[in-house]
Write a protein that binds this ligand. Structure first.
Ligand SMILES: *Cc1c(COP(=O)(O)O)cnc(C)c1O
Length: 226
């Protein structure tokens, strides 16, 4: 599936006018298609699978920023810690502790977003408001323990739904949580990134003040079967 270059240019312009960062979601796409987008200037790519991103990182230009946007298993954290740019899907305290531990071992500080559960679907991962609050409190009370992670904000996925007002409500709810904690800075926590919006809902997400969107199929076409 060839990259849709016109769509890429159009979305780039739309986003840069609003200071929104584009993460091109390249999961299951070929290195060739990623390179085509790289040559148009794209440097931030989003991936969901550990083995796949490790292979792509080795094969593709070293100035690509790899964003891990999928569900991350604790036993695989160590494979992406050497190079990952931002982990969007931190959905449990145990996962955050493992990222911190591997960061310490490999002498890197890993930028992370905490993933909040928004959609009604049970299959979507993420923290509820209470779990989010507990993690933030722990990071405030014991920030010296977590010196190898840095929490830059929140990530969420709205329901896959034709009911756009419902989608908007979920995204607005995430923005509200973001604002609630945006003032709580400390050495390991400072909210500046709100990662919300995908091919189907990025326009709504921007209206609801997202500043980072993760777009795959609009740019690359429908994903091939894995
Ligand atoms: C696959 C994926 C995307 C991109 O989805 P599209 O609908 O293809 O834009 C965004 N975010 C996450 C977490 C994903 O898994």
């Amino acid at each position: 599936m060839p990259v849709n270059k016109e769509k890429y240019q159009e979305i780039k312009q739309e986003l840069s006018a609003k200071d929104v960062q584009l993460i091109a979601v390249s999961k299951i796409q070929s290195n060739e298609d990623i390179l085509a987008m790289y040559e148009m200037g794209q440097r931030d790519f989003g991936e969901n699978y550990v083995q796949e991103v490790v292979e792509k990182q080795q094969a593709l230009p070293k100035d690509i920023n790899w964003h891990f946007i999928g569900h991350l298993q604790r036993n695989k954290v160590k494979y992406i810690v050497p190079f990952v740019h931002l982990i969007h899907g931190v959905d449990s305290f145990d996962l955050l502790k493992e990222i911190n531990k591997q960061g310490k071992k490999q002498q890197r500080t890993i930028d992370c977003l905490l993933q909040v559960h928004l959609a009604e679907e049970e299959t979507k991962f993420g923290l509820n408001a209470g779990e989010l609050e507990a993690i933030i409190k722990e990071l405030q009370d014991n920030s010296e323990v977590y010196a190898n992670v840095f929490i830059k904000g929140l990530m969420g996925m709205a329901s896959f739904s034709d009911d756009l007002e419902k989608v908007r409500g979920e995204l607005a709810q995430l923005k509200k949580l973001f604002d609630q904690y945006a003032g709580n800075s400390n050495p390991v926590l400072h909210f500046t990134k709100l990662s919300m919006g995908m091919s189907g809902d990025y326009k709504i997400a921007i209206e609801e003040r997202s500043n980072m969107v993760r777009i795959g199929s609009l740019l690359f076409g429908a994903r091939p079967a894995k």
